[in-house]
Design a protein around this ligand. Structure first.
Ligand code: HEC
Ligand code: HEC
Length: 350
């Protein structure tokens, strides 16, 4: 009897306590975050169903560095996307996943992706929200299931709060996690390189860098057609091109997605921002240095059925002098943005 009474009282107290907890729960009032558009940049298109909020970005940052997302709790997005190297993978040609298995493509840097319209080297994801779903279940990356990842997050107490604050629900799903990751990645904006400062007339470039600039933006080097400076300063045209790396293709690039033979060997033009930090280069990381990249373009590249018409010097080459090659590399190095790689907002919060 005594025992039953005690039990009843306990249940009663517990239910008051839980009522109290519900009343005390703060209402869901996420704080809108306006992503500031740096001077000269285009408008960023943000999906209507995933507006940026302070709480969403904070959650996305935690998830980006959360090893619980991988099957054996050892790997996070940040393992392969390292801030000090502009979120590229530690100088490795191919990333190694949790099972020690390597992929066949070089990890892309994560820079100014809010302006992109395609993601991955072959453009197979149309939004950052779709992109962010992939690494968790990719067998050569985090090799987990989303169901498992979400259930691990739900048992880590703080995430119920974090998701509630960001999305108004404790019953969160992989779609909420992907939305938070996408919000965080949209804030990862680089706009403070020496090139930017020059474009804002804050500094001058050296004579060598200026000569590199003129090669880059003239017919002499022809780089600007695909790595645009003027049209938004993104240093990419967001299009797919075959820039003459091969004449026989093992990785079909865009054609892996479209199945269209005229897309064979075409890859998404990468931004050149922070390029001095993101070696090795190209979709398969075949070049170790910027000098090797410039030499590739200088020789004109290899002919094939799909080589881009903008690669006008295939077979003949650009015929740059040694000094011009040095100047072009010096110019590429002006894209490095120290503020971006040291910004505490993008760092590991744990
Ligand atoms: C094992 C290493 C590894 C891990 C872990 C990893 N990535 Fe990646 N990431 C890559 C590689 C490799 C690519 C290029 C893949 C391709 O193009 O097929 C890539 C591409 C991307 C891109 C596309 C960039 C662009 O320019 O289109 C984004 C964004 C990205 N990763 C974000 C993430 C996020 C978010 C996570 C965590 C949920 C993550 N990555 C985890 C290796 C990794
Ligand atoms: C026809 C368009 C086009 C032109 C012209 C062009 N590029 Fe590229 N660039 C690309 C594409 C596409 C890639 C990625 C190719 C791949 O990995 O298969 C790339 C890759 C690069 C990379 C490696 C980026 C990375 O993240 O790995 C560098 C550096 C580069 N280009 C610099 C230059 C320079 C310098 C010039 C001028 C001499 C130039 N590009 C001209 C389209 C172009």
């Amino acid at each position: 009897m005594m025992y039953r009474a005690l039990l009843l009282i306990t249940v009663f107290i517990a239910s008051i306590a839980s009522c109290k907890k519900d009343e005390e729960k703060e209402p869901y009032t996420p704080t809108p975050l306006k992503i500031t558009r740096p001077a000269g940049f285009p408008e960023m298109v943000i999906p209507a169903d995933n507006p940026t909020t302070v709480e969403g970005v904070a959650l996305g940052r935690k998830l980006f560095y959360e090893t619980l997302l991988s099957a054996n709790n050892t790997m996070s997005c940040g393992s392969c996307h390292n801030q000090s190297l502009a979120f590229s993978d530690n100088g490795t040609r191919f990333s190694t996943g949790i099972d020690g298995v390597q992929g066949t493509r070089n990890a892309q840097a994560i820079i100014n992706l809010g302006w992109n319209r395609f993601y991955f080297w072959d453009g197979r994801a149309a939004t950052l929200e779709i992109q962010a779903l992939e690494p968790i279940e990719n067998p050569i990356e985090m090799h987990n299931t989303w169901a498992n990842a979400i259930s691990k997050l739900k048992s880590a107490k703080t995430y119920k709060d974090d998701f509630y604050k960001a999305f108004g629900t404790e019953e969160f799903t992989k779609e909420h996690a992907a939305k938070a990751l996408a919000q965080f990645m949209r804030t990862m904006i680089s706009y403070n390189s020496r090139l930017d400062k020059r474009l804002r007339s804050e500094i001058n470039l050296t004579a060598s860098e200026l000569n590199g600039l003129s090669i880059f933006i003239s017919e002499k080097g022809d780089c600007f057609h695909c790595h645009n400076i003027d049209a938004g300063r993104l240093l990419t045209d967001n299009q797919f091109h075959n820039n003459g790396l091969d004449s026989i293709f093992t990785d079909l690039g865009l054609a892996e997605v479209t199945g269209n033979p005229s897309d064979i060997g075409k890859f998404l033009t990468p931004t050149l921002r922070n390029i001095a930090l993101t070696a090795p280069y190209m979709h398969d990381g075949r070049f170790q240095t910027l000098e090797e990249v410039v030499e590739h373009y200088n020789t004109g590249g290899k002919a094939s059925a799909t080589v881009d018409p903008l690669m006008k010097h295939v077979g003949t080459g650009l015929s740059l002098t040694n000094q011009e090659k040095i100047d072009l590399v010096a110019f590429l190095r002006t894209f490095t943005d120290e503020t971006f790689i040291t910004n505490p907002d993008f760092s590991n919060p744990f």
